[in-house]
Write a protein that binds this ligand. Structure first.
Ligand code: SF4
Ligand code: SF4
Length: 154
């Protein structure tokens, strides 16, 4: 637990009293049976490090922050998820879909490349084929933070 709690984004874990309001208010938990924020917080508290890092559990969260609004302790579950993901990514446990988005961001300045129908629609209504991106600026930031090495090793 301290490994997560000692990161800037993971401090919320210290506030958790396992009341379960995050799970009952989470929109993702209604649809994805595996996603249970309270259970994930419990696993962190109990120190189930490897089980968490090597699982998909921290990757379902959509960062809507409903759980933060509802948590009686102000425990920021979404931020704890980010802290766990950072740790998992450093240990090369980033799911393929996230790794593909990260690579796309580095190569094009976009997380997702616009699909053909969107490109056509833009042309139909007189918009340029694609928005320009600040690709070089994005690459500069990603290199400075070491993110490019992280995704290259994936
Ligand atoms: S709502 Fe807050 S205190 Fe309750 S289980 Fe979730 S994180 Fe813990
Ligand atoms: S931030 Fe994540 S865990 Fe919290 S309610 Fe939204 S999807 Fe659920």
């Amino acid at each position: 637990m301290h490994e997560i709690a000692n990161t800037p984004r993971g401090r919320g874990i210290l506030a958790c009293i396992q009341c379960g309001r995050c799970s009952s208010s989470c929109p993702v938990a209604r649809l994805v049976a595996e996603h249970n924020p309270r259970r994930l917080m419990e696993m962190v508290i109990l120190g189930s490090r490897d089980e968490i890092i090597h699982s998909k559990l921290p990757w379902f969260c959509l960062s809507c922050f409903t759980c933060l609004d509802r948590c009686p302790q102000g425990g920021d579950v979404a931020e704890v998820m980010f802290a766990i993901r950072n740790l998992a990514a450093k240990e090369k446990n980033m799911p393929d879909g996230f790794a593909a988005q990260a690579k796309n961001l580095f190569e094009t300045g976009r997380i997702a490349t616009p699909i053909e129908s969107i490109v056509r629609k833009r042309e139909e209504i007189g918009l340029p084929k694609e928005h320009s991106t600040a690709k070089e600026d994005v690459q500069k930031i990603l290199k400075k933070t070491g993110f490019n090495k992280l995704i290259a090793s994936k």
